[in-house]
Design a protein around this ligand. Structure first.
Ligand code: ATP
Length: 500
């Protein structure tokens, strides 16, 4: 699937627009249009329903985006939350050092080093040929492109310092324009109150998780919860990403769906295994093909120092296989840090075990925008129906922005009135659409592109026996349903049991 086609469909049909587009947009920020907001909301609601409301061991929370800045000292974000960054003095472009791939060609006159920016080594490899052609056109290659030997590849971070001067930047024409990697804090800062000085400095949260830890004691004190239990939160997070890219995959303002699951240290490994599987299965249940999903366990050298195990759920996006969600076994790191920095006792007294301890935490941390993008990529298909090529979004009915569209076949014989009545009845329960204009085939196609699972047509036969035609988005199959049973029939189709 071609990302450009998806991005253009999203724009054309009102799923996703560049933010403040009439002013030229702002890199790393996106707006959700009328269809997009429904899709993303359905994803968040499905997540909330399945992880919070339907469980006995989970409660929800909605914390402020700006918190006491000490929270971010305790969590380590003030000190450590930064990516090494490289600037190009020639073109003023900026890159993440760990995502800058340097291709080294050994030539008789000395090495030729060409840097290419990419989310993964494969992305960089895929763009190398085009990059070399551009350099060739500018006479910036010492020999013809076709005579170059096979290169070795290494990231700019790993490249020995003495070699950095030899590198031609991803958009530069000569070597030596890239700076040394420099630390760059990803948190957006602001000032709270009238004075803009160091004492009023605060941050926009870069994750929702810390609001949960900061409220752990409050939630325990409400008396509703007993270990093991989790606290869930959905909300906006902000990171001043150096290279926002791949549509809504990496943006600077995004939404997270996070769970902190607290348990006895002796049960943490078991809960980690549970959440690792539960979260993978959730995506599969909502339509992501398991063949395109992968659970990748972090190597020991990738783990944060406090984590004993972390796994990423990755999805095969058109631009490469990348993280959708991370599940981390965080031990008691967060609660012990907040105990230390706040001076408050955050330990838990276990009535059953008659024991006081600092709970361990399993954190399934998902991105609502990345999930939206994965569901869009998975749903997008071009197929043949009725001898025509069509574009269709095959969303799981639970996630589809519009559940059904009502079409009076012609604008006479009472069909519009009958259609209007059915539309009104349905609209009390579902997001539905009414369309009485144009050829019926065209109306079907437009709903296929919006991902609407059901078409409901009022036709000649409706006037005779009070039945309507149902049409299935994916197969085009049609069948008749009595008018009086339409609401129930739609409910049966769009609210299938999602229990595993
Ligand atoms: P990456 O390595 O891709 O930057 P991360 O490992 O830093 O991600 P986490 O800090 O684990 O991400 O955040 C948890 C989840 O939040 C991610 O799995 C992702 O779904 C989402 N997320 C993180 N950063 C972004 C972003 N810039 N844009 C959109 N979603 C994001």
């Amino acid at each position: 699937m071609d990302m450009e086609k998806l991005v253009s469909l999203c724009k054309r049909r009102g799923f996703i627009f560049p933010s403040s587009e009439i002013y030229g947009g702002l890199n790393g920020f996106w707006d959700y249009g009328p269809l997009g907001v429904e899709l993303k909301r359905n994803i968040k609601e499905a997540w909330w329903q399945d992880n919070v409301r339907s469980r006995d061991d989970m409660v929800g929370l909605d914390c402020s985006i700006i918190m006491n800045p000490k929270v971010w000292e305790a969590s380590g974000h003030v000190g450590g939350f930064s990516d090494p960054m490289v600037d190009c003095r020639e073109t003023k472009d900026r890159y993440r050092a760990d995502q800058l791939y340097v291709f080294k060609f050994e030539l008789p006159a000395g090495p030729l080093m060409v840097a290419v920016a990419g989310g993964t080594a494969q992305d960089a490899k895929d763009s190398l040929d085009e990059r070399l052609s551009k350099l060739g056109n500018k006479n910036a290659l010492p020999i013809k492109k076709k005579d170059l030997p096979t290169p070795s590849v290494i990231t700019y971070t790993e490249l020995p310092e003495v070699d950095r001067i030899l590198v031609i930047g991803p958009t530069a024409t000569s070597a030596g324009s890239l700076t040394e990697p420099r630390q760059f804090n990803l948190m957006f800062s602001t000032n709270v109150g009238a004075l803009a000085d160091a004492s009023s400095k605060a941050y926009l949260r870069p994750e929702t998780a810390q609001g949960i830890f900061a409220n752990f004691k409050n939630v325990c004190d409400t008396g509703r919860v007993k270990l093991p239990f989790g606290i869930a939160q959905i909300g906006k997070s902000f990171r001043n990403e150096i290279t926002p890219r791949n549509f809504i995959f990496r943006s600077r303002e995004f939404e997270q769906m996070e769970i902190e699951f607290f348990c006895h240290p002796s049960e943490a490994a078991q809960w980690y295994a549970y959440w690792r599987k539960a979260r993978f299965d959730w995506y599969v249940r909502h339509g992501l093909q398991s063949g395109r999903l992968r659970l990748r366990d972090h190597d020991p050298d990738e783990l944060a120092f406090y984590s004993t195990a972390t796994a990423d759920i990755e999805y095969e996006f058109p631009f490469g296989t990348s993280e959708l969600e991370g599940i981390a076994h965080r031990g008691d790191y967060d609660l012990s840090q907040h105990t230390k920095f706040s001076g408050k006792d955050l330990s838990y007294f276990d009535e059953e075990k008659k024991e006081r301890y600092l709970p361990h935490v399993i954190e399934p941390s998902a991105g609502a925008d990345r999930a939206t993008l994965a569901f869009l990529c998975e749903a997008y298909q071009e197929d043949e129906m009725g001898g025509e090529t069509r574009t269709v979004l095959k969303f799981h009915p639970r996630l589809a922005p519009i559940k059904a569209a009502v079409f009076p076949l012609v604008k006479k014989d009472g069909m519009p009135e009958k259609g209007e009545k059915i539309y009104r009845d349905l609209k009390r329960h579902f997001n539905v659409f009414f369309d009485e204009k144009g050829a019926i085939g065209r109306r079907y196609r437009r709903q296929d592109e919006a991902g609407t699972p059901l078409g409901i047509t009022i036709d000649g036969q409706t006037l005779e026996d009070d039945t309507v035609t149902f049409r299935d988005r994916d197969t085009g199959r049609q069948w008749r349903v009595p008018s009086a049973g339409v609401v129930q029939a739609v409910r049966d189709l769009v609210e299938p049991s999602t229990d595993a």
